[in-house]
Design a protein around this ligand. Structure first.
Ligand SMILES: Cc1cc2nc3c(=O)[nH]c(=O)nc-3n(C[C@H](O)[C@H](O)[C@H](O)COP(=O)(O)OP(=O)(O)OC[C@H]3O[C@@H](n4cnc5c(N)ncnc54)[C@H](O)[C@@H]3O)c2cc1C
Ligand code: FES
Length: 505
């Protein structure tokens, strides 16, 4: 094999990735425990430069969305990446590091004959991560992967950020599994009925399947509004690629948009539509967006970012009707104001998509109640937005992309016979006017806020603490500290130690 000289050993610090460009590849060189390894330099999820992440506890942590890979062999350990890093052969002679042009072959998967039939319902974040896991772990039985969308298994998070902004064509939304697309593996159809006792799935078109084990990864359905005019044209919700394509098409000829709800999806849509030049007004029952998740001070800074970019907020009110002839033209608010609207986006939350499931326990919000192993009934698991599961000593339901994927991975392993429980830290990101806000943890009871950096300039990291204990961290533009904390927060962490990690640089 052709080996190229790429670095001197003396220039490779221990446990710190170094990027080198060769004529053939961009490489990440990692010196750990005195051994040098070479990997592809860009994250297989969305292309983040991995040298800007961190290496700790034997893991390479991506700076953007916190995928992790094993330093030993590049294996993917946590999503959003679903595939391993390509690893290249390395030689070190007389302090000179050379790397081969062709990647090493991935370690072969142990394949065991399996006559079982597994069904995965849903090809979003959780379902696709589950299918990737079943394939990676050598499942050889029959796999029924079902989704009602015509071309699912794409990155939903890009819709509100880039498609609605007119920066990405709907059909270019990145696929989740390049090497195993839904078109090849999946069954398109709407599951109309699942009988958990009989272990039978029925599709709306009459097809039916019996399974040995099934995963419910059906996510949520966006809620609409029960007010006059909610069915007018140019009134949209935003969940699927088709929804985003419709908003994108309407925005082409629109001058003004009204967003109903200050959820993160509503605000991402506000940011996206504002950036393509529309007048954007947000109607909300609250004065501070996302206060429950981020706290009032950080929520206020997010609102300020929107206002600085021209978004107009109408707070402590709600719409009473949407009016127009065929298409929406105005929105009438409870406070008597009437807003012009060529299009309306409703972002007021989702309802778990579980209506078709019989024979399982459901919470009041209709999410599926599962145990620590994500099992909802014999032979039936659940993962993603449709699930309430015990975590941190309480029933928990969290609507985050990376968590949905992690739960999908975990459920798939348990379908194969494992008994894994969730032991990581929930991570969430959201993107507004070029700024990414990141959240680690899921703070419910915190009484102290410590902010490092400059909140008003959106360059900060904030510790949400209960007394001295860190419950969650919210940050903007602190990718390395967040990557380090994503690992460290898997165990209890106090404020002093957290500040030490943040100031490590
Ligand atoms: C526009 C948008 C932007 C987002 N951005 C972010 C972000 O930046 N960061 C973040 O952390 N989270 C983000 N989220 C949240 C994140 O996308 C969800 O938490 C995640 O998709 C949940 O994954 P899931 O697999 O449970 O559901 P989904 O990804 O919604 O997948 C569910 C799948 O099930 C299918 N399905 C449902 N019912 C049936 C049925 N009866 N029969 C057949 N198929 C069915 C659906 O078609 C869908 O493909 C965003 C969400 C949206 C809508
Ligand atoms: S780019 Fe690495 S996890 Fe998203």
């Amino acid at each position: 094999m052709n080996m190229r000289i790429v670095a001197r050993l003396i220039n490779l610090p221990e446990n710190r990735g170094v990027r080198v460009e060769t004529a053939a590849h961009s490489l990440l060189l990692v010196c750990s425990g005195g051994q040098v390894r070479a990997f592809q330099a860009d994250c297989p999820h969305a292309g983040a430069p991995l040298e800007e992440g961190v290496i700790c506890q034997g893991r390479i942590v991506c700076p953007w969305h916190k995928a992790t890979f094993a330093v030993a062999n590049g294996a993917v350990l946590e999503p959003p990446a679903l595939v391993a890093l390509k690893q290249y052969p390395v030689q070190v002679r007389d302090g000179v590091v050379s790397v081969g042009d062709a990647p090493l072959d991935p370690a072969p998967t142990a394949v065991v004959d399996d006559s079982r039939c597994f069904a995965v319902i849903g090809a979003g974040a959780a379902g696709t991560a589950a299918v990737a896991t079943l394939r990676r772990e050598g499942f050889t039985g029959r796999l029924l992967w079902i989704d009602r969308e015509s071309a699912p298994a794409y990155d939903r998070t890009a819709l509100s950020k880039f498609v609605v902004a007119g920066q990405m064509a709907p059909q270019d939304t990145p696929p989740l599994l390049e090497d195993a697309p839904f078109d090849d593996l999946g069954i398109q159809g709407e599951v109309q009925h699942l009988d958990a006792v009989a272990k039978r799935i029925e599709l709306a078109d009459g097809r039916h399947f019996d399974y040995d084990a099934a995963l419910l990864a059906t996510g949520g359905q966006p809620q609409s509004l029960d007010i006059p005019g909610a069915v007018l044209s140019n009134v949209f919700v935003l969940r699927s690629r088709e929804d985003a394509a419709r908003i994108d098409a309407a925005a082409e000829s629109a001058a003004c948009a009204v967003i109903i709800g200050d959820s993160f999806i509503g605000l991402e849509a506000a940011s996206a539509l504002r950036q393509r030049g529309l007048v954007v007004q947000v109607v909300s029952r609250h004065d501070i967006p996302l206060a429950a998740q981020l706290g009032r001070r950080i929520g206020a800074a997010l609102r300020q970012l929107h206002e600085d970019n021209g978004v107009i907020f109408h707070s402590n009110t709600e719409p009473v009707s949407l009016d127009g002839h065929g298409a929406v033209g105005t929105v009438l608010l409870k406070n008597g104001k009437r807003l012009a609207a060529d299009l309306v986006v409703i972002g007021v939350g989702v309802t778990p998509a579980t209506g078709f499931i019989e024979g399982v326990s459901k919470a009041e919000d209709q999410s599926l109640l599962a145990d620590h192993h994500l099992q909802a009934a014999p032979g039936l698991w659940a993962a993603g937005d449709n699930l309430t599961f015990p975590w941190n000593h309480q029933p928990t339901r969290i609507e985050h992309w990376r968590l949905a994927q992690q739960l999908g991975v975990l459920a798939a392993r348990n379908m194969l016979g494992g008994a894994q429980t969730y032991a990581d830290v929930p991570f969430f990101w959201t993107y507004h006017f070029g700024k990414t806000f990141e959240v680690l943890g899921h703070a419910q009871h915190w009484n102290r806020l410590h902010i490092e950096g400059d909140l008003q300039r959106h360059h900060f990291i904030a510790l949400l603490c209960h007394d001295d204990q860190v419950e969650a961290v919210v940050a903007c533009e602190y990718p390395q500290a967040m990557a380090r904390l994503s690992q460290r927060m898997q165990h209890p962490l106090n404020k002093t130690e957290a500040l030490g990690l943040i100031r490590e640089g």
